[in-house]
Ligand binder design. Structure first.
Ligand code: UTP
Ligand code: MG
Length: 610
């Protein structure tokens, strides 16, 4: 199970620093009209609420006590106005906050997704998918909540307390001062609890992200987990994390449970002060009965936001952490970017030259060292070698998914880092070891290689790739869905679709990383045929596992530990009686075995060795 390191939630501060706040406000700024609208609505609601309570006082003092109904009509009309205004205010703020929240989420997701497209493969190698996904889903949601409901709650708390305090001052300033003196105590208690609760919630969130990561790996890797019978060990690790999670959440809820009774205790104190001091004032004739009642109501009104404070701050805190993580993603500089003055050469036709290239994924673990190779325009070069030899790394460099650490790669004599990424990648077609399709139809997946292509061109590419036969046999043909990531198709079929996609894009360079998993002989022949179409027009790198492909290549590169072991044509290498010769004769034997097996009714033989 993964142990998050640099992407740990902990790294993100628990104080709202000015920079983050400014950036959050930056998200809201374009929508200031909305914000002004709902702040106005919430202020009006707060005032109406206190005014409403004030009408209660009037009923007691002006109607019930003097047994006089003359003021009743006016009071009732005022009530109606208040209720109507209230409804209007509630509608406005719910509508505006909802709208604002969605807008901000939408804009943030667009921005993040756009930014992700610019990041290099190396970034995706070292960042768990779950981490990235949370940034785009739950974090954007939480930020939107912060700037809408967080802003709203805060405004409401302030305006509500101000309005209640003002009405109390109007009714009787001496008693008002007594009540207001208790408020700082309450607020201090609330803030203290906030600190504690937030701490616990942060802890449980941190553990939660570890659990999510573990789940993600376990679910996506379920086949391997089962194959390696890792269930028991994983279960044990999982239990440790969930236990931690339980303890942290338990403490958080214990504190939360303690908070409310404490606030109520202090409020009761304030209430008894009102009764005591209010009673005295009433006896002196300085306070009416209705006023005492109104004071009690105002106290309750002022308590709402305070009781809510802990919750609001906790969510505020989470949202700030979300914002910091999200901004950290936005701030991640692509480690491969176009150099200043990068240009589009218009074509990638020309010799491809690796000149003394050093390359490594991780420091101190060189994959290629002093690697030199020139592949001529239009040539097909087959790369063979044991697993981990660096075959995929070579083609990764050609695609500029990574750049050489030392030396240079030149295309048509020009260092390819002087070209734009777009110029290079748009002219390379590739079929990967594990072909990647996207949910959608087969037609859409092929067209992915060249968005402007007509349906007929797509069919033609499908035909050239040799995908036509199996596609036509599907119920909906080219309109059939492939499932998420292409799960509905076999590896061989996915490769055929990828091949069609590459053919459609008419690449200058074609790269094929043959699947090691066994593909049936028919599909193999089809793939072969499809490749011919590409090999004819493009400079081709093929990481070959099949003898048929290897033999068809112009030259064969035998790679071992990132070094060129042998390089030459099929004939030349056979004559050398070295690695290739041994590989060839062994494969030949295995293929003979396979044919023998199929005669005996077995469907697949042993996978071809590298
Ligand atoms: P390659 O991925 O280039 O090997 O990794 P390969 O020849 O294509 O192997 P197969 O046939 O597909 O299995 C070369 C070396 O680079 C390391 C690997 O551990 C391997 O030793 N590597 C690869 C990394 O360190 N990080 C990566 O992301 C990929
Ligand atoms: Mg590979």
């Amino acid at each position: 199970m993964p142990d998050p390191t640099w992407f740990e939630e902990e790294e993100f501060g628990d104080v709202l620093d000015g920079r983050t706040l400014r950036r959050i406000l930056g998200l809201v700024r374009p929508h200031w009209r909305h914000v002004a609208g709902f702040i106005l609505a919430i202020t009006i609601i707060s005032i109406l609420e206190s005014w409403f309570t004030f009408q209660g006082k009037r009923i007691v003092d002006e109607v019930i006590v003097p047994q006089d109904t003359s003021a009743l009509r006016e009071i009732l009309i005022t009530y109606l106005i208040i209720v109507f205004g209230f409804a209007l205010g509630v509608f406005t703020f719910i509508y505006l906050t909802g709208l604002l929240g969605q807008r901000i989420q939408y804009e943030l997701r667009q921005r993040l997704f756009h930014h992700l497209q610019t990041l290099s493969l190396a970034y995706f190698d070292r960042t768990p998918v779950g981490w990235i996904m949370s940034r785009l889903t739950s974090d954007t949601e939480r930020i939107a909540e912060l700037v809408t409901w967080g802003l709203l709650d805060t405004t409401w708390a302030v305006t509500n307390m101000l309005a209640a305090a003002s009405f109390m001052m109007i009714i009787n300033w001496r008693l008002a001062l007594v009540v207001l003196a208790v408020m700082p105590v309450l607020i201090a208690v609330a803030l203290w609890f906030r600190q504690k609760i937030v701490l616990q919630f942060r802890l449980s969130r941190r553990i939660n992200s570890i659990i999510t990561g573990a789940l993600n790996e376990n679910i996506t890797g379920v086949r391997v987990v089962k194959a390696l019978t890792r269930e028991r060990a994983n279960l044990r690790e999982f239990r440790v994390h969930t236990d931690d999670m339980y303890r942290a959440s338990y403490r958080a809820h214990w504190l939360a449970a303690l908070f409310l009774p404490l606030v109520q205790l202090i409020s009761a104190l304030a209430l008894s002060l009102i009764v005591l001091r209010g009673g005295q004032l009433a006896l002196e004739g300085a306070l009416t009965i209705g006023s005492i009642q109104a004071f009690i109501s105002y106290l309750i009104i002022m308590l709402w936001p305070i009781q809510d404070l802990a919750r609001v701050f906790a969510s505020l805190q989470q949202a700030v952490a979300s914002a910091e993580r999200t901004f950290s993603l936005i701030d991640t500089q692509p480690d491969l970017a176009d150099r200043p003055g990068a240009y589009d050469p218009g074509t990638l036709k020309g010799d491809i030259e690796f000149d003394d290239v050093d390359f490594q994924y991780e420091p101190e673990k060189p994959v290629l060292q002093g690697f030199s190779l020139t592949v001529r325009q239009g040539e097909t070069i087959a790369i063979v070698g044991p697993t981990g030899a660096g075959k995929t790394s070579i083609v990764n460099l050609v695609c500029r998914f990574y750049e050489p650490g030392g030396g240079a790669i030149r295309i048509n004599g020009v260092d390819y880092t002087r070209f734009t990424m777009q110029a290079i990648q748009s002219r390379i077609g590739m079929v990967l070891q594990t072909p990647q399709l996207f949910s959608g139809t087969i037609l859409e997946n092929i067209r992915y290689g060249s968005l402007g292509a007509s349906d007929d061109e797509v069919y033609e590419a499908g035909r050239l790739a040799g995908a036509d036969d199996f596609v036509q046999r599907l119920e909906k043909g080219y309109e059939s869905g492939v499932g998420e990531g292409g799960v509905l198709l076999s590896t061989g079929q996915k490769q055929l679709i990828s091949l069609a996609r590459a053919i459609l894009s008419q690449p200058d360079i074609f790269i094929m990383d043959e699947a090691t998993s066994s593909v049936d002989t028919l599909t193999e022949a089809l793939i072969q045929q499809g490749m011919e179409a590409l090999m004819k027009r493009s400079t081709t790198f093929v990481i070959a596992h099949r003898l048929s492909t290897i033999r068809r290549a112009d030259r064969i590169l035998v790679l071992q530990d990132g070094r060129i072991e042998e390089l030459g044509t099929h004939r030349e290498l056979l004559r050398r009686r070295g690695h290739y010769y041994r590989l060839y004769t062994r494969q030949f034997r295995e293929q003979a075995d396979r044919v023998w097996d199929s005669w005996n009714g077995a469907t697949t033989g042993p996978a071809l060795a590298e």
